[in-house]
Design a protein around this ligand. Structure first.
Ligand SMILES: Cc1cc2nc3c(=O)[nH]c(=O)nc-3n(C[C@H](O)[C@H](O)[C@H](O)COP(=O)(O)O)c2cc1C
Length: 177
């Protein structure tokens, strides 16, 4: 039986790929989406991974944390966030970036149980975004003075910050916990 559970969700696939890369380096881990999880009682370590959208983890991840908040108090927890801004920075008077995303996730969890945390780069490919997300990306460009039409986003280069080596390192640290 697996001792560890990695729970993740994704909108466009980066967090799924990262979760797979991590789990492929480990022998004793199950990888599931929140909707597949009935109970977490049998696991020792819970790894939680989510991208951020509009300064929030994905809803399904927030709901998972809320649903199992009592059980999580009894578990070792590791977390990772997936984003494009790996470094923390100021954007229009607010903090953005990986470290900030970690804090947002941590605020929902029993912090004293968190034994490992990491920020991973993901992929932002404007071509595959749904209509609403393309709208948001175009708006965020215009807010920084770069007017770009939604239909022109298909010419935007793919931002790919995936890092297999970093996933392997994280998996090794998880295995040594
Ligand atoms: C509409 C939209 C909103 C986003 N909002 C944030 C955000 O608030 N903070 C952040 O760090 N990244 C944000 N991102 C970047 C995504 O988190 C990043 O592309 C991530 O790799 C997506 O992961 P996924 O492929 O697993 O869904 C946003 C991306 C889109 C398209």
């Amino acid at each position: 039986m697996a001792y560890n559970l990695l729970v993740y969700d994704t909108k466009y696939g980066s967090t799924e790929l990262i979760s797979r890369w991590i789990s492929e380096e480990m022998e004793d881990i199950e990888v599931k989406k929140p909707k597949e999880i009935e109970s977490i009682k049998e696991y020792k370590l819970i790894v939680i991974g989510s991208p951020n959208y509009d300064d929030e983890p994905l809803n399904s991840i927030s709901q998972f944390i809320e649903k199992f908040k009592e059980d999580l108090k009894e578990k070792k927890i590791a977390i990772f966030v997936v984003c494009n801004d790996l470094e923390e920075m100021e954007y229009k008077g607010r903090r953005v970036g990986g470290k900030y995303n970690l804090e947002i996730l941590k605020n929902r969890l029993p912090v004293e149980n968190i034994v490992l945390e990491e920020v991973f780069g993901g992929v932002l490919n404007a071509k595959i975004l749904d209509d609403e997300d393309q709208e948001k990306v175009a708006k965020s460009f215009s807010e920084i003075g770069k007017v770009i039409k939604k239909e022109d986003l298909i010419f935007m280069p793919v931002m790919n910050k995936l890092d297999l080596g970093k996933c392997k390192e994280f998996a090794e640290k998880l295995s040594n916990l």
